[in-house]
Design a protein around this ligand. Structure first.
Ligand SMILES: Nc1nc2c(ncn2[C@@H]2O[C@H](COP(=O)(O)OP(=O)(O)O)[C@@H](O)[C@H]2O)c(=O)[nH]1
Ligand SMILES: [Mg+2]
Length: 363
């Protein structure tokens, strides 16, 4: 082998080694640049469907975004819409659209209604190409999510009372975690938060909420195991009023084994929370996006039992069922107000229809 060949071999070997090492170096640099918060146990990976009695672990994560949370829904949707862009709209186009919407769990009724609106719009405007149709779909989606969805810091009819935000929903959907995230957000904004451990049914629920309360410097009011949840909420409201706190975030139980009892209990909690000196400003129904249409029918029971003012859609990260938002708004008639995009304290965003639709359709 001549000197030139030897040199070439050396260069190739060095380049190969460097290239193979790049991803590792990249990951290592990323890890260094994002140190975990002190005293924060790091969970190995998010476990979306878990509903255990384990005390909470709060993973340190960078804040999630709509686009990252909806990536998997977007992939599902785009795969099914890919064929549309290559043709003039015809019968198969409508079939592909239907499949695409059903594929991200928009649900049968809402998919049909959406396509009906799109059809009449296409006819009215004489839309004859795929681009025009996709643009019209975006508009139809925007119109479907045009409702009011702001969160109320105080009860609208009694603005001087201590505002209470109640969180209701089935076990494991993410109520306690969401309260932790909301508490973290409000505390960061300089508001003083009292948390009420209204899930007195599960012993570990109070410990889990305590972890979150400690994290954001909120005060936790709890009762003994099996205590009447409405008395815990009552105590929390009194304590908050006495201290002049800005808001009470009240956790509740979500066992569905005895639906009638649970619904009666929630109605009572709501009545008590709404009594002087407190006033319910928000009753937020928490829905797990990974359960799709199933979650929707469970949610219906809650919506019928309590005066729900909005929905928190959790676990949108890693769910390919992001289209559920349309079904929730159309079929439950409730605005989605907040979205959970992970297990960390920053993984909660306000629901913004424009960013959501952009992320879902991929811009
Ligand atoms: N990936 C992901 N996990 C979540 C989210 N919200 C909650 N969780 C997880 O879901 C599980 C159940 O949450 P928890 O708050 O205990 O539910 P609860 O029974 O309704 O109070 C926990 O492991 C949470 O960390 C979310 O937005 N994304
Ligand atoms: Mg809980």
């Amino acid at each position: 082998m001549g000197t030139t060949e030897v040199l070439i071999v050396i260069v190739v070997v060095v380049a190969t080694v460097l290239l193979a090492g790049l991803p590792f170096i990249h990951r290592a640099t990323q890890r260094r640049s994002k140190p975990p918060a002190p005293n924060t146990p790091v969970a190995a990976s998010p476990s979306p469907a878990r509903a255990t009695d384990d005390p909470v672990t709060v993973p340190a994560q960078s804040p999630a975004t709509f686009a990252s949370g909806l990536a998997s829904s977007q992939r599902t949707l785009r795969e099914r819409l890919a064929s549309i862009s290559r043709r003039q709209p015809d019968a198969t186009t409508w079939e592909s659209l239907e499949e695409a919407l059903l594929g991200v769990d928009v649900g049968v009724a809402t998919t049909m209604a959406t396509l009906e609106r799109l059809r009449s719009r296409a006819a009215d405007e004489g839309i004859a190409d795929a681009d025009g149709l996709m643009h019209a779909l975006t508009e139809v989606m925007r119109a479907a999510l045009a409702g009011e969805r702001s969160l109320h810091a105080t009860a609208q009819d009694r603005q001087d009372a201590t505002p209470v935000w109640l969180f209701v929903g089935v076990n494991g959907v993410g109520k306690t975690t969401t309260i932790g995230k909301v508490g973290a957000r409000l505390s960061a904004e300089g508001r003083s938060v009292v948390m009420a451990a209204g899930d007195t049914f599960r012993a570990a629920a109070t410990a889990q909420l305590q972890t979150w309360a400690d994290r954001c410097g909120a005060e936790l009011i709890s009762g003994s195991s099996g205590a009447d949840p409405s008395s815990v909420v009552h105590d929390a409201v009194s304590a908050a009023a006495a201290r002049g706190a800005d808001v009470v975030l009240a956790d509740t139980a979500g066992r569905l084994q005895n639906r009638k009892n649970l619904m009666d209990e929630l109605a009572k909690v709501r009545r008590v929370a709404d009594r002087e000196p407190g006033a319910v400003a928000e009753t937020l129904l928490v829905i797990d996006a990974t359960t799709g249409q199933n979650g929707l029918s469970q949610a219906r029971a809650f919506a019928e039992a309590t005066d729900v003012t909005g929905v928190v859609l959790t676990k949108l990260d890693g769910s390919a069922k992001g289209g559920i938002v349309f079904a929730i708004e159309a079929e439950l008639g409730l605005p989605v107000k907040l979205v959970g995009l992970g297990e960390g304290p920053d993984d909660l965003v306000d629901f913004d229809p424009d960013s959501y639709i952009d992320a879902l359709l991929g811009g």
